[in-house]
Design a protein around this ligand. Structure first.
Ligand code: ZN
Length: 193
């Protein structure tokens, strides 16, 4: 039975690397995968890219995209799609998650979404909330805290080395930096960080 997966983690938890490894596994068996990435992630440039330097082309999803229609358009020239892989899924809209859910139900194609759970302002991302509501399977991709090596659960935003706790939940392309942290280091990051 095909499932809708939400594989969530903090920044620096190798989510995109995990996605590319999964895509590679399907492709080496001659199977068809579709990679999706939100257009709002301007760093993507139509690709899923990893910090380790791996890159694969991906379909850009904007607010007006109906992913179910996009999938059916693929089926006009592909016999079968074996898996859909979504990067940075927290930047999608909740309606996109409903469209992905419909693909799983109607076409029995597995969909694996990779993304963040909460923003640096400690809010669930809207699309992540929808995934918690609709996914068949939730899986945490783990990494360690930037400062203390406990398990990271949150994303700390640093601007010029200083923590920032308020603002838009999605901001892209600035000079800010995000690090994975445990909750203790989130609230009291070490001074010399
Ligand atoms: Zn810590």
């Amino acid at each position: 039975m095909a499932k809708l997966f939400f594989k969530y983690g903090t920044v620096f938890s190798a989510k995109s690397l995990n996605l590319i490894a999964t895509a590679h596994n399907y492709q080496t068996q001659g199977k068809e995968v579709i990679l999706l990435i939100p257009e709002i992630d301007t760093r993507s440039d139509g690709h899923v890219a990893t910090r380790a330097g791996f890159k694969m082309p991906a379909e850009l999803i904007n607010d007006d995209t109906d992913i179910f229609d996009l999938y059916e358009a693929y089926l006009k020239h592909k016999e079968k799609i074996d898996c859909i892989l979504v990067d940075e899924c927290h930047m999608l809209l909740p309606k996109h998650i409903d469209q992905l859910r419909k693909i799983v139900n109607v076409y029995h194609t597995p969909v694996i979404c990779y993304g963040l759970r909460v923003s640096y302002t400690l809010q669930l991302f809207d699309a992540s909330k929808r995934l918690f509501e609709l996914a068949d399977k939730l899986e945490e991709i783990k990494t360690v805290c930037w400062y203390c090596n406990h398990k990271a659960t949150h994303n700390l935003k640093l601007v010029d080395g200083n923590p920032v706790y308020e603002g838009e939940s999605i901001d892209i392309g600035g000079l800010e930096k995000y690090v994975p942290v445990c909750y203790h280091c989130f609230t009291e990051p070490p001074k010399d960080a």
